[in-house]
Design a protein around this ligand. Structure first.
Ligand code: SF4
Length: 457
């Protein structure tokens, strides 16, 4: 087979024309963008679309991630987060994990479960940090976040083999009661499928989502999508439900009026063509939701694979240029997604900052604690960007920092309030934004490093 010639800027002329005319790109167009060596042309194209949609605005959120447990019944190869639930073997080799009590369990729900407190069960070194948080501990963390000014809690965890569905509904209702205004974004599609299976009798996806919404769930994150492809599924996460179930959960959520996000985990065993196919499947789903459902995907989040401590640790993972190219191509391919997010935990704060001129309009938030990924194995659980740091990253990228809520409405904080600045409200778009009056909005003053647009950290 003859090697394909490198794609030149001239080869991109039809794609450039389509982007200028706001026409939809095909799979072939997407692949041409991946093969192009000129990262700057790609950046200009993606930035043009980004500016058409958002001007120089760049969004961030004051949020808190809370992971309720890292015990999981699955072993996805790319995952460094899961821990095995403790089991002990009977003399005949049978597994009696089902008979192990949850430490401190009261009223059917655990107060907390930690490795090392499991009554003589042998656990490997990697199990030493296994945990499951009680509803009370989760509520305490949500309250701390709320009191510190967070507008959102982002809650996900492993597929715990013992927690009953009532744990998850009680979790939502207890947080809702303690933090009435906070937005509860929780549970990936994979967790929702798990909940349908642990209920006795089994519940449907619709019944599970309805129960969670009645308990206080406001939206869902987009995790668990990985790459929508059977080959990749079989190679990297064979035992996890695939795209059919993932889309079924999100379709049902959108039918129920529950907004969700969408992700793509890239840089492991997939090809560029499989990434493009993944984006096109999401685009088609979004078309349907926009046409006929009360909710849709809020944003797309390409997640850069971090190999460390996973069963795929021999892979190199994506480079910075691959990250930048994937974010930019996402902006160009997903013409019906309002927002493209660089999750700084995965792409690093510095690359997330650069990507604000490569199609990205959102760099997520303060996060504070994150157990699922520790970049390059060096980080601990505490992974935080303060509001000041987020604003500086955005301003130095020549953008206007806008604090948003989970639904991308601008958050206005009452800084005069005696409660110390935790009072806030969401303002719908269409009202005047003072930033737009600045001649070069968002550019930080070199002396003070403060944005000229009037935002103050
Ligand atoms: S990716 Fe999720 S489902 Fe898979 S092993 Fe990790 S925690 Fe479990």
């Amino acid at each position: 087979m003859k090697p394909s010639a490198p794609v030149t800027t001239a080869d991109l002329a039809p794609v450039v024309g389509k982007v200028a005319a706001a026409e939809r790109l095909s799979a072939e167009d997407g692949l041409a963008l991946y093969d192009d060596v000129d990262i700057h042309t790609l950046g200009e194209l993606a930035n043009g679309v980004r500016e058409r949609l958002h001007g120089r605005r760049a969004y961030f959120i004051v949020n808190r991630h809370i992971n309720y447990s890292n015990y999981c019944v699955l072993r996805c190869k790319f995952c460094a987060f899961y821990r095995r639930y403790p089991t002990k073997k009977t003399t005949d080799g049978g597994d009696v994990s089902a008979s192990l009590p949850l430490a401190g369990a009261t009223g059917g729900l655990p107060t907390s479960v930690r490795a090392g407190a499991t009554g003589g069960v042998s656990i490997s070194a990697r199990q030493d940090d296994a945990y499951a948080l009680s509803v009370e501990e989760m509520v305490d963390r949500a309250k701390q976040a709320y009191e510190a000014g967070a507008t959102e809690v982002h809650i996900v965890g492993g597929l715990h083999p013992k927690l009953p569905f009532s744990y998850y509904t009680q979790l939502c209702s207890a947080i809702r009661e303690s933090c009435p205004k906070i937005h509860i974004k929780a549970f990936t599609a994979i967790e929702i499928i798990h909940f349908t299976r642990i209920c006795k009798p089994r519940m449907s996806i619709r019944e599970v989502l309805t129960a969670l919404m009645q308990a206080g769930l406001d939206s869902m994150p987009g995790g668990g999508a990985e790459i929508f492809d059977d080959r990749v599924h079989d190679e990297a996460y064979k035992n996890k439900v695939g795209e059919v179930e993932w889309f079924e959960v999100h379709r049902t959520a959108h039918e129920l009026g529950l907004p969700t996000n969408a992700t793509m985990l890239y840089g492991h065993v997939e090809t560029k063509a499989e990434r493009i196919a993944h984006m096109i499947k999401l685009r088609e789903h979004q078309d349907e939701s926009i046409r006929s459902r009360p909710a849709r995907f809020n944003c797309f989040i390409p997640l850069s694979f971090i190999p460390d401590d996973s069963a795929l640790s021999d892979l190199p993972g994506p480079t910075g240029l691959d990250d930048l190219r994937t974010l930019a191509i996402s902006r160009l391919m997903l013409d019906n997604f309002a927002h493209i997010k660089a999750f700084w935990i995965m792409q690093t704060p510095k690359l997330a900052q650069v990507s604000l001129n490569w199609g990205v309009d959102d760099i997520d938030g303060t996060v504070v604690y994150y157990d699922i990924t520790k970049r390059e194995g060096a980080g601990g659980r505490h992974q935080e960007l303060t509001v000041e740091k987020l604003q500086r990253l955005i301003c130095e990228a020549d953008c206007i920092p806008i604090e948003r809520d989970s639904l991308y409405r601008q958050v206005i904080r009452d800084r005069e309030n005696s409660s110390g600045g935790t009072v806030w409200y969401s303002r719908p778009w269409g009202t005047e934004d003072n930033c737009q009056r600045s001649p070069r909005p968002g550019v930080p003053d070199r002396a003070t490093r403060r944005p000229r647009c009037g935002h103050r950290p």
